[in-house]
Design a protein around this ligand. Sequence first.
Ligand SMILES: *[C@@H]1O[C@H](CO)[C@@H](O)[C@H](O)[C@H]1NC(C)=O
Length: 201
Amino acid sequence: MGNFLWFCAELLFLLSLSQALETGQVKVVVPSSSMLAIKDSSIVLPCHLEPETSAAGMEVRWFKGSFTDFLYLHKNGKETVGSVYKGRVSLVHPDLEKGNVSLLLKDITASDEGIYTCHVSPGQYFDERSLNMLVRERVFECSHPVRLYLSVIVIPAVLALFCFWASLLYAQRKKQGTVSSDAVYWCTARPCNTRRLRSLF
Ligand SMILES: *[C@@H]1O[C@H](CO)[C@@H](O)[C@H](O)[C@H]1NC(C)=O
């Protein structure tokens, strides 16, 4: 009986120890898929701590390529932005309290494409994860409200008006007898070159 109790106590001790080791270390989490940035716009490079832990007292470092060429560094309560990135970089959550150390990068250029690393260290250890960022040119976006309005309302309205005008014209000409069943002459320039445009009406 005594042996069994001792065994249980030992087991509990080992379990709690492994749990303490596991929860003691925070993990850095970034998206596994590539981020797509649009030239001249901004992007948030997501990075957070798990379990949710305040990063205020930690070293938070974002770098691209080499560890020392950082974009952003938070160390001993001080924020530093890499000289090349002045005015273009900031944390999305400046207080760091929620463990969200996502980075906001503005005025994206083609040369910003590459691998970015989010590095967090409370002191005794560190964890870091990298993510890939691609840069693309801005393309015609149909979802933009103004463009959507243009393509759904304005263009069909103009087409409808044109058809209405053309049919009125046709009816009028027919009444006057100037439309001899199939010939309509279309003047585009001077001297007037008469191009037949049967297909119009
Ligand atoms: C961190 O903040 C960014 C920007 O506000 C947000 O998009 C993201 O969802 C946040 N991440 C977490 C894990 O809360």
